[in-house]
Write a protein that binds this ligand. Structure first.
Ligand code: GDP
Length: 760
C-alpha cells in the first residue's frame, strides 16, 4: 500500500486534515503540539487505498525535541511515497520555512495550502499557480475544516507519488553553496542517501548529522576556519536560516496579496483580547476566575440563588417525581442537574430490579450479587459521568478557542522560577483529563530532566477518573456533617494537587533533576470559535472510553470485590452482616495498620478496612475506589439508607456513618488517592516514556512517599490542629532563636557559653 505522510508546522491543521482523510476522530486542538506521535489511517477514495501517516508538528528539520526527531526520521528513513506538506496559509512565510527544507529531500511532495477559508474571509488572495511554478511542486488550496479541495489534493499527491523527485535547495547561489557542494560529493561518494539534505545539515553543523558523518563534519570545521564573514562570524546555521527567509520573502511572498484594511482590523481585535487576557498582573487572576467558574458550573448546588424569589416549592418541584433535581431553594448548576437526573434514572432501575428479584423468590445471595455487586459498583461510578463530560467540554472549549495557549504564555514567567518552561503547562492541563496522553505530550519538552519531573507530577493534576473520589467524598462530608460546600471542597482538592505538584517540581529541579530551562518558543495560535462537531466528537470519545471501562475493568473488579467480601477463607458464603469475617476484610485488616498515620487505618472500627481496600483497588483504575464503596456500603446496615444500590455520594455517606471517620481522615483519604501511584495505564505509560529503569523505579517511590507524607500531614494537622499549632509555634520560636543567635544579634543577651571539656 502506498504511504503518504502529513508534515507541517504545529497547529497548521494536520489533525483536522488527517481526520478528514481517514474518517478518524483524533483530537483536534488549537494548541501547538497536539499530535506528538505518528498516527496512521487509510484514505479510500483513490484507485487504491492509501495509508496516511500524521507526523508530529515541526517548525524545522533540525530537531531539538523527541517529537521533531520522529518526524524527521520518518521522512528520511521510511521514505513515504509522497509528503503532503500542510501549510497554514494565514501564516505563509513562516510555514514555508519548513517547506524549503523538505524540498531538499529526494521525496515526492505536494503543498496543501490550508485554512484558505480564513484567508478568503479576511479578503486576502493567494495565487497558488504562481507559487506552484516558483517552488516546482504542486500547490493545492484546501480547507481541512470545511472539507474543500481535499479530493484535488489527494489526486495530485497520487500523481506525484508515481515518479521520483530529486531534492533541490533554495540556497543555490548562496555563500555556503561551495561548501554544501563539496560535502554533497563526499557523501555521495560514501553512498549516503539524500546527500543534498545531509550536506546542508552538515554545513549547519546539525548535532545529529555531525554524529552520523564525523568524516564530513571535519571538512566543515576546516572550511569554517577559512570563513571570515562579519555578518554572522562563522555561525553557519544562522547563515542558512537567513538565506531561507530571504529567499522566501523575495520569491514566494508575492503570491499573497493582502487586503490591507482587514489585516489591520483583525490584528487589533485579537491584540485587544490579548492585552487583557495576557496582562502581566491580571492574566493570572482572570485565569483563576475562569477556572473557578468552570468548577462552579459543574459541581455547585445552589448555583443561583434567584430560586429564593420564586414561590416556595417551585424550584424544588415538591411532590413531583423530580423533587430536588433542579435545586432546593437556589437553582443547581448544570452539572448537578444532569447528575440528579441520571441518579433518578439509575435508582429507579436498581429498585425495579431488586423488587423483581425478591418478588420472583430469587436467592438472597444472587440478589446481593446483582444489586450490590454489579449495579452498586457500576452506578456509583457512572453517576459521575455527566460532570466528567461537562468538565471536559469546558476545558476543550478553552483549549480550542486558543485561550489555553495564552495561559501557558502568562504562566511561563512563573513556571521558570520552578525550573519549568511554559510548555510544561499543556501536559499538566491534559492531566486533568487523563494522565496517559498527558505523559506522552511531555515529548514537546526539550530538556530531559524537565520532562521527567513533569511526568512525575502529572498524576497530581487530578484526572477524570479521580473526579468521582473528590466529588463523592466532598458530597459525603457535606451530607453527613452539613459543613461546608461540596464544590469548594472539590476545588480546594484540585488546588492541593497543583500546589503539591509545584512544590515537588521545585524540589526536584533544585536537587536530582537539575537542568536548563530552554527558552519558551511557542507561537500563540489565532483565537478561533471552537468547532461544535469537533467538541462533540471529543465528548463522544470520552463517553465511549468511560462506559467501556465501566463495563469491563470496573465491572470485573466489583464482582471480584463482592465475591471475596462475601466468602470466608474456608469458602463459606457470608450474609452482609458477617462481611467482617470475609477474605477481603481479612486482607484489609492485615494491611490497615500501614494507614493508621493517614487516619483511615486501625483507629477506625470494624468496617474501617473498606477504606484501605478501596484505596488498593484504585491502583487498577481510580474509578474503582468509589465503585468499591458502592458495592460494600450497600451491604453495611448502619441504618443510614435502605439496603439498595447506592450512588457515589450516598455510598460515602453510608461509610462515614458506619465507621465514624472524621473529616481530616476523609480529606487525607482523597489526598492519598489523588497523589499516590496512578492507575495501571498511567504507570505503564510513565515506564514507556522513561527509558532509564532506575528513574522509573524512583518515580514509583516518589509517588508513594509524596502521597503518604501529604496525606498523613493533612490528617495529623486536621485531627490535632491544636497540638500541631503548639508544636509549630515551639519549633518556629526555637529556629528563630537559633538564627538570630547565629547572626550575633543576641550577643548582649549574655547566653551562657557552652564549653566541651575533654574527659581525662
Ligand atoms: P495540528 O496541530 O496541525 O494537528 O492542527 P489541528 O488540526 O489541531 O488544527 C488547529 C486549529 O486549526 C483547530 O482549531 C482547527 O479547528 C483549525 N483548523 C484546521 N483546519 C482549518 C481550516 O481549514 N480552516 C479553519 N478556519 N480552521 C482550521
Amino acid at each position: 500500500m502506498k504511504r503518504f505522510a502529513l508534515a507541517g508546522n504545529p497547529n497548521s491543521g494536520k489533525t483536522t486534515l488527517f481526520n478528514n482523510l481517514t474518517g478518524s476522530t483524533a483530537h483536534v486542538g488549537n494548541w501547538p503540539g497536539v499530535t506528538v506521535d505518528k498516527r496512521e489511517g487509510t484514505y479510500k477514495k483513490l484507485a487504491e487505498p492509501i495509508a496516511i501517516v500524521d507526523l508530529p508538528g515541526i517548525y524545522s528539520l533540525s530537531p531539538y525535541t523527541p517529537e521533531e526527531v520522529i518526524s524527521r526520521n520518518y521522512i528520511l528513513d521510511e521514505k513515504p511515497d509522497c509528503v503532503i506538506n500542510i501549510v497554514d496559509a494565514t501564516n505563509l512565510e513562516r510555514n514555508l520555512y519548513l517547506t524549503t527544507q523538505i524540498m531538499e529531500i529526494d521525496v515526492p511532495m505536494v503543498i496543501a495550502l490550508n485554512m484558505i477559508d480564513e484567508v478568503e474571509k479576511a479578503g486576502d488572495k493567494i495565487d497558488a499557480a504562481a507559487l506552484e511554478e516558483k517552488i516546482g511542486v504542486p500547490v493545492v488550496k484546501i480547507s481541512a475544516l470545511k472539507g474543500k479541495g481535499i479530493d484535488e489534493l489527494m489526486r495530485r499527491a497520487y500523481e506525484c507519488s508515481r515518479s521520483p523527485r530529486l531534492g533541490k535547495t533554495v540556497l543555490e547561489g548562496g555563500k555556503l553553496m561551495h561548501l554544501i557542494g563539496d560535502c554533497r560529493i563526499a557523501l555521495e561518494g560514501a553512498g549516503v542517501d539524500n546527500a543534498l539534505f545531509h550536506a546542508i545539515k552538515l554545513a549547519e553543523l546539525d548535532e545529529l548529522e555531525v554524529k552520523q558523518h564525523p568524516q564530513s563534519a571535519k571538512m566543515v570545521e576546516e572550511f569554517k576556519k577559512t570563513f571570515k564573514d562579519d555578518t554572522f562570524g562563522s555561525d553557519f546555521e544562522a547563515i542558512v536560516a537567513d538565506s531561507r527567509y530571504k529567499y522566501i520573502s523575495h520569491n514566494y511572498s508575492s503570491a499573497l496579496t493582502k487586503n490591507k484594511r482587514s489585516a489591520r482590523e483583525k490584528l487589533s481585535s485579537s491584540d485587544k483580547a490579548d492585552k487583557i487576557l495576557t496582562h502581566k498582573i491580571w492574566g493570572i487572576p482572570i485565569f483563576l476566575v475562569i477556572l473557578f467558574a468552570v468548577f462552579h458550573l459543574t459541581f455547585s448546588e445552589n448555583f443561583l440563588w434567584i430560586g429564593a424569589a420564586l414561590p416556595e416549592g417551585w424550584v424544588s418541584g415538591e411532590g413531583t417525581a423530580f423533587e430536588g433535581v433542579f435545586g432546593d431553594g437556589g437553582i443547581n448548576s448544570i452539572g448537578v442537574i444532569l447528575f440528579n437526573l441520571l441518579d433518578l434514572a439509575t435508582s429507579s432501575i436498581s429498585d425495579a430490579i431488586a423488587g423483581a428479584m425478591s418478588a420472583g423468590g430469587v436467592a438472597d445471595w444472587a440478589t446481593g450479587l446483582v444489586v450490590d455487586g454489579i449495579f452498586g459498583g457500576l452506578f456509583a461510578v457512572l453517576s459521575f459521568l455527566p460532570q466528567i463530560l461537562l468538565l471536559f467540554l469546558f476545558f476543550s472549549i478553552l483549549e480550542d478557542s486558543g485561550y489555553m495557549a495564552r495561559v501557558a504564555f502568562i504562566l511561563d514567567r512563573i513556571f521558570r522560577r520552578f525550573g519549568l518552561s511554559g510548555r510544561a503547562f499543556m501536559p499538566m492541563i491534559m492531566g486533568f483529563g487523563c494522565s496517559v496522553p498527558a505523559m506522552v505530550n511531555t515529548r514537546t519538552l526539550a530538556d530531559e530532566s524537565e520532562r521527567i519531573a513533569t511526568i512525575r507530577v502529572i498524576p497530581f493534576f487530578s484526572c477524570g477518573a479521580k473526579l468521582p473520589i473528590l466529588t463523592a467524598i466532598a458530597g459525603g462530608i457535606v451530607q453527613m456533617t452539613g459543613l461546608g460546600n461540596a464544590d469548594i471542597i472539590t476545588y480546594s482538592m484540585y488546588v492541593l494537587g497543583i500546589v503539591v505538584a509545584i512544590a515537588a517540581v521545585l524540589i526536584m529541579r533544585s536537587t536530582t533533576m537539575r537542568g536548563e530551562v530552554p527558552p519558551f518558543i511557542m507561537e500563540l495560535p489565532a483565537y478561533r470559535a471552537p468547532q461544535f462537531r469537533s467538541l462533540m466528537m471529543l465528548l463522544w470519545d470520552k463517553l465511549k472510553h468511560f462506559v467501556k471501562k465501566a463495563f469491563t475493568i470496573i465491572l470485573a473488579s466489583t464482582i471480584v470485590i463482592w465475591f471475596i467480601s462475601h466468602f470466608s477463607f474456608n469458602w463459606k458464603f457470608l450474609p452482609d452482616s458477617e462481611m467482617n469475617d470475609s477474605i477481603l476484610a481479612g486482607i484489609g485488616m492485615l494491611v490497615r495498620p500501614l494507614f493508621t498515620p493517614l487516619g483511615f487505618g486501625s483507629q477506625l472500627n470494624d468496617w474501617g478496612w473498606v477504606f484501605v481496600v478501596a484505596a488498593v483497588t484504585g491502583l487498577i483504575a481510580k474509578e474503582n475506589v468509589i465503585a468499591t464503596f458502592g458495592t460494600l456500603a450497600a451491604c453495611i446496615t448502619s441504618g443510614f439508607v435502605a439496603d439498595e444500590a447506592l450512588e457515589g455520594v450516598d455510598a460515602v455517606a453510608e461509610m462515614i456513618s458506619a465507621t465514624g471517620i472524621g473529616i481530616p481522615a476523609l480529606i487525607a483519604f482523597i489526598a492519598f488517592n489523588m497523589l499516590t501511584i496512578p492507575c495501571f495505564a498511567a504507570v505503564a505509560t510513565a515506564k514507556a516514556e522513561m527509558p532509564d529503569k532506575k528513574r522509573f523505579n524512583y518515580t514509583l517511590v516518589f509517588w508513594v512517599v509524596t502521597s503518604y507524607l501529604v496525606a498523613s500531614m493533612i490528617y495529623l494537622i486536621g485531627e490535632w490542629w491544636w497540638t500541631s499549632f503548639i508544636w509549630v509555634a515551639v519549633w518556629a520560636a526555637a529556629i528563630t532563636l537559633i538564627v538570630l543567635y547565629n547572626k550575633g544579634k543576641l550577643k548582649n543577651l549574655k547566653l551562657p557559653k557552652i564549653n566541651f571539656k575533654k574527659r581525662a
